[in-house]
Design a protein around this ligand. Structure first.
Ligand code: AMP
Length: 283
């Protein structure tokens, strides 16, 4: 398994693929890989001649220093996992200095207002960091197709906007959310949860499923109120937000419209670890 630690070595290697117009898939990750990441990698591997998996904990998208410091870093294990499922993958694991060249800061980027909803509201500057790193990585890898999980649905919409606004020649592919048996959305942050908290965290998806069912007959406000009341009674977690929003604009649903697609989004803290999830309300 080839592992590139600098962008110049990677760019040099990719040249022959790009010159011959062979499709290159790209799966950006922050490592501590789980089955959700591996599903993205398999999807890319199947549909492209070569897949680049980046493993880079991007400092500029963290608005909480403790979260950045405690983020799991497991490069050797990650390499092993990719090796086991992919024969046409290569890994890009650069240093912060190689990527940011001494200026570790995010550009201020406009995403037509999507950046101010939900995650943007609660993690100021987060999407500037995401936009900055994804743009940099796209410029380095120049992928044909790039794979992102619906687990971070708002991020997926941000990346689509970034591509559109900057006329970047890449197809962004959204991939479904992978879950534990309990329904808990897989996340690198789950590694930091105790066994008990992991069990309590199953309530997140259960609540989303009930919200979906209720949304069939009730208004967005009624459903939201039910979720907020029921989770506020739960001592194991702290609800940060619950929103029912238009899938495209991510604006809060005030009145349901038949021709629009909606999703419910949630962020909670369990043992001081922040978890997010979402569910489509239309199918
Ligand atoms: P991360 O390493 O958390 O930055 O995630 C890298 C990519 O994997 C992002 O596109 C995520 O949306 C995606 N991803 C993370 N968790 C899951 C999951 N449970 N199911 C599907 N995709 C996921």
């Amino acid at each position: 398994m080839l592992v590139f630690k600098t962008k110049s070595l990677l760019i040099n290697y990719l040249k022959s693929f790009l010159d011959l117009n062979k499709p290159v898939g790209f799966v950006p990750t922050m490592g501590a890989l789980h089955d959700g990441h591996l599903a993205l990698i398999k999807n890319s591997s199947k549909n492209n001649k070569l897949t680049v998996v980046s493993i880079f904990v991007n400092p500029t998208q963290f608005n909480n220093l403790e979260d950045l410091e405690k983020y799991p870093r497991t490069l050797e294990k990650d390499i092993e996992k990719i090796k086991n499922i992919c024969s046409n993958c290569i890994i890009f694991a650069p240093s912060v200095d190689d990527i940011y060249e001494g200026k570790t800061c995010a550009a201020s980027i406009e995403f037509d207002g999507i950046e101010f909803e939900m995650e943007g509201k609660h993690r100021p500057g987060h999407f500037d960091g995401v936009g900055t790193i994804v743009k940099k990585l796209f410029e380095i890898v120049k992928p044909t197709n790039a794979y992102f999980g619906e687990k971070d649905f708002q991020q997926l919409q941000i990346v689509k906007k970034l591509v559109l606004k900057n006329k970047i020649d890449v197809t962004v592919v959204g991939c479904p959310i992978y879950r534990e048996k309990s329904g808990l959305a897989m996340s690198s942050r789950n590694e930091r949860l105790s066994i008990e908290s992991k069990e309590s965290a199953a309530v997140i998806y259960k609540t989303l499923q009930i919200a979906k069912e209720k949304f069939g007959t009730k208004s967005a406000q009624e459903v939201s109120l039910w979720v907020i009341n029921s989770l506020n009674k739960n001592k194991d977690l702290k609800l940060e937000y619950f929103e029912i929003a238009d899938e495209n604009t991510l604006k809060t649903c005030v009145r349901k419209a038949k021709n629009k697609k909606y999703r419910a989004f949630i962020a909670v803290y369990i043992e001081n670890i922040r978890l997010i999830d979402n569910i489509s309300l239309n199918n």
